[in-house]
Design a protein around this ligand. Structure first.
Ligand SMILES: NC(=O)C1=CN([C@@H]2O[C@H](COP(=O)(O)OP(=O)(O)OC[C@H]3O[C@@H](n4cnc5c(N)ncnc54)[C@H](O)[C@@H]3O)[C@@H](O)[C@H]2O)C=CC1
Ligand SMILES: O=C(O)C(=O)Cc1ccc(O)cc1
Length: 305
């Protein structure tokens, strides 16, 4: 028997589309109901076989669902939570996949009725692509998914959601929302901002033509351009909702950057060498601990992009 009888996916983009395909692969959902705002997305989701039914409204999709997944940009979550709240089945679990957790909890939890389990989540897996056609079943394989269940969460509901993510190929960790937001500011949010900035700098530097940027892109800059092609709405919402942690990390980043800038200006090769030796050791530690899921020897499908 399927783990969840009826799953409602709100927002049929990269993450919801990948979840639909991964749930089908694992036989984890009896019925997948989806909702999207436009006719084009609903038609595309049916054509791709993501959903058994697609609905024009979120309230129709969540009716009778035992799992509801909010898979929209963070700024859209509060409005959707308010809209679906009166239509949720008693005992249902509501989860989300947002890249920031504290703000999502503040926005969503107050709207949900007693008897509904709210267990926020965040798959640490994605690409710069968006929309239903961007999804693929292997996206979560060997990737982490972080759950941030609030205190007092029903253990059976949390275990069931953990089992779903494991069934979709992910490894699951639990932590509190504030810690999640700090960790992700370091590992994802600040790096994305740096990529956006670097691509902006190259664009501003008119002495370097566009064709030269493309032609001579070494791997570092190529990765920046891929990341800087990510969805603008999603990333605007990430920075507006993880403000404190991102600003804290960017402050530290700026200090380090100034120190390196000074070392370059003063010709302090010793400082540069010591710094790069330290960072190389960090990278090697990650690979040796088997934490780099993109390493070629990890035996998994690489994230597309
Ligand atoms: N893209 C990535 O790599 C990752 C994204 N996330 C999170 O997952 C969530 C969804 O991201 P993606 O699937 O990448 O985005 P996406 O852009 O591919 O899909 C989002 C979908 O939500 C729809 N939508 C937007 N506002 C809506 C509203 N008010 N009502 C109904 N539908 C609405 C959009 O039309 C779109 O179809 C975001 O909160 C993001 O932070 C989490 C992990 C990775
Ligand atoms: O495409 C990439 O490199 C990513 O970093 C994907 C990603 C984007 C946002 C998340 O919250 C988690 C993963």
């Amino acid at each position: 028997m399927a783990l969840y009888g009826r799953v409602a996916l709100i927002g049929l983009g990269l993450i919801a589309g990948s979840m639909a395909l991964a749930m089908r692969r694992g036989g984890l959902a009896g019925h997948i109901a989806g909702t999207a705002r436009t006719d084009a997305t609903r038609t595309e989701a049916l054509r791709l076989g993501l959903c058994d039914t697609v609905h024009a409204t979120a309230t129709e999709a969540v009716a009778g669902a035992d799992l509801v997944v909010l898979a929209v940009p963070i700024g859209a979550m509060e409005g959707l939570a308010a809209e679906i709240a009166p239509h949720l089945a008693p005992g249902a679990t509501v989860t989300d996949v947002g890249s920031v957790k504290g703000a999502v909890i503040d926005a969503v939890a107050p709207h949900l009725p007693q008897g509904v389990h709210f267990i926020p989540g965040h798959p640490i897996a994605g690409t710069e692509q968006s929309g239903p056609g961007a999804g693929f079943a292997e996206l979560f394989d060997n990737r982490w998914c972080i759950l941030t269940p609030p205190e007092g969460t029903d253990p059976a509901a949390a275990t069931r959601l953990r089992t779903l993510w494991e069934g979709m190929g992910a490894r699951v960790d639990e932590m509190d929302a504030a810690h999640h937001d700090l960790v992700l500011a370091v590992t994802s949010h600040a790096p994305h901002l740096i990529a956006y900035t670097m691509v902006g700098v190259a664009d501003d530097l008119r002495r370097v033509t566009d064709s030269e940027v493309i032609k001579y892109s070494a791997a570092g800059f190529r990765d920046f351009t891929r990341i800087a092609a990510s969805d603008p709405t999603m990333w605007r919402d990430v920075f507006l909702t993880n403000r404190a942690a991102t600003l804290e990390i960017l402050g530290r980043f700026t200090e380090e950057l100034f120190a390196l800038q000074r070392a370059i200006r003063t010709g302090d090769g010793e400082m540069l060498h010591a710094y790069f030796t330290r960072t190389r050791a960090i990278r090697r530690g990650i690979v040796e601990a088997g934490q780099d899921t993109d390493a070629p020897d990890f035996g998994r499908a690489k994230t597309r992009g």
